[in-house]
Design a protein around this ligand. Structure first.
Ligand SMILES: Cc1ncc(C[n+]2csc(CCOP(=O)(O)OP(=O)(O)O)c2C)c(N)n1
Ligand code: SF4
Ligand SMILES: [Mg+2]
Length: 289
C-alpha cells in the first residue's frame, strides 16, 4: 500500500498512551486520503489544548491560533481563498468554552469548512478541570464537589442554529469516524463533527467502555434531511446517537455571500489591489476629504 501523503513522521507525539486523540488522527488522515486531496490544498486551523496539537502531526498547512480562535481564523482564510479544503479542529474546551461565541456565529455564516471537536468532556492540557461538556457531578481537582452546571449539547445547539451539517462520532470507532469525516469534509458549507474522545488520564468516568455502553449508531431509517427529527435525536443522551444527524445541501455559503468570487474565482493573493478604488474609499471616509 502506498504511504499516506498526509502522514508525518513524529517521534515525539505529546499525547498519553491510549489517548482517544490517536484514532482521531488516523481517521483524519484516512478521510483526507480517501477524498484524494492534495496535502498542499488542505489547511488545518486549531486553537490551544491537547486536541489542538493534531495538525502538528499531519503533513498539511496549518495555523495554530489563540485559545478558542480557530473558527474566525478559518473563516477568514475561507474568505480569502475559496480553493482550499479547510478544517478547524480543537477540543471541547477550546471550541465550546473559550471559542463558544465564535461557534455560534460560524454556524450563522455557513463558511465551507469542517469543525472537528475532540470532545473528551474535560480540559486535558491543563490537567483535568471541567469543560462545557463535562457531565453534572463530574469531580475534578477544582470542581471537587462535582460539576453543577448543565452540560452543553453541541449537536442540539448546532441544529437549533440551523447548521447545514451536524454529526457525532466516537473515537473508539475509527472507521465510522473516518466515514463521517469524509462526508463532512465533502459537504459544501459549515459542518460540525463532535467526536466523543476518551481522555485516559483526566476523565476516568467517560472511558472507552462508558462511551461504548452509552452510544449507539443511528438506525438506517434516520432521515438527516428532517431537521425536527434530527433535533429530537440530538437531545437523546442515553444512548448518545452516532452518525450524521442533520444535513442540508444547496445553502449559500459565507464566501458566496461575500460576492467576490463570482466574477473572479482567483484567491485574493493572486489579484492586484485596485488602488484607485482604495484611495477613493479612504478619501471618502477621511476627515481631510
Ligand atoms: C486565554 C487562555 N485561557 C486559558 C488557557 C489555558 N488553557 C490551555 S488549554 C486549555 C483547555 C483545553 O481544553 P480542551 O480544548 O478541551 O482540549 P484538550 O486538552 O482536552 O484536548 C486551557 C484552559 C490559555 N492557554 N489561554
Ligand atoms: S491528558 Fe487526556 S487528552 Fe491529553 S493526551 Fe493525555 S489522555 Fe489525551
Ligand atoms: Mg477537552
Amino acid at each position: 500500500m502506498p504511504a499516506n501523503p498526509f502522514h508525518r513522521n513524529c517521534p515525539d507525539i505529546a499525547w498519553c498512551p491510549g489517548c482517544g486523540n490517536f484514532p482521531i488522527l488516523e481517521a483524519v488522515k484516512e478521510a483526507l486520503v480517501g477524498l484524494n486531496l492534495d496535502p498542499l490544498s488542505v489547511v488545518m486551523v486549531s486553537g490551544i489544548g491537547q486536541a489542538a496539537k493534531l495538525p502538528h502531526y499531519l503533513s498539511t498547512h496549518f495555523f495554530n491560533g489563540l485559545h478558542g480562535r480557530a473558527l474566525p481564523v478559518a473563516t477568514a482564510i475561507r474568505g480569502a481563498n475559496p480553493n482550499l479544503t479547510l478544517i478547524a479542529e480543537s477540543g471541547d474546551g477550546d471550541m465550546y468554552g473559550e471559542g463558544g461565541n465564535h461557534f455560534l456565529h460560524a454556524v450563522r455564516r455557513n463558511p465551507n469548512l469542517t469543525m472537528i471537536v475532540h470532545d473528551n468532556m474535560v480540559y486535558g492540557l491543563t490537567k483535568g478541570q471541567a469543560s462545557p461538556t463535562s457531565q453534572k457531578g463530574f469531580q475534578t481537582p477544582v470542581q471537587f464537589h462535582g460539576v453543577t452546571s448543565e452540560p452543553l449539547n453541541p449537536v442540539a445547539l448546532a441544529i437549533a442554529l440551523n447548521a447545514s451539517f451536524v454529526a457525532r462520532a466516537f473515537a473508539g470507532d475509527r472507521e465510522g469516524t473516518r466515514d463521517i469525516l469524509k462526508a463532512a469534509i465533502s459537504h459544501e458549507g459549515f459542518s460540525l463533527v463532535d467526536i466523543l474522545q476518551p481522555c485516559v488520564t483526566f476523565n476516568k468516568i467517560n472511558t472507552y467502555t462508558w462511551f461504548k455502553e452509552h452510544s449507539r449508531v443511528l438506525p438506517p431509517s434516520h432521515d438527516p434531511g428532517d431537521r425536527k427529527i434530527a433535533f429530537a435525536r440530538s437531545l437523546e443522551t442515553n444512548p448518545i446517537p452516532l452518525g450524521i444527524l442533520f444535513r442540508e445541501t444547496g445553502r449559500p455559503t459565507f464566501e458566496e455571500n461575500l460576492g467576490i468570487f463570482q466574477s473572479d474565482p482567483r484567491p485574493l493573493f493572486q489579484r492586484w489591489p485596485d488602488s484607485a478604488r482604495l484611495r477613493a474609499l479612504m478619501m471618502k471616509n477621511s476627515v481631510f476629504a
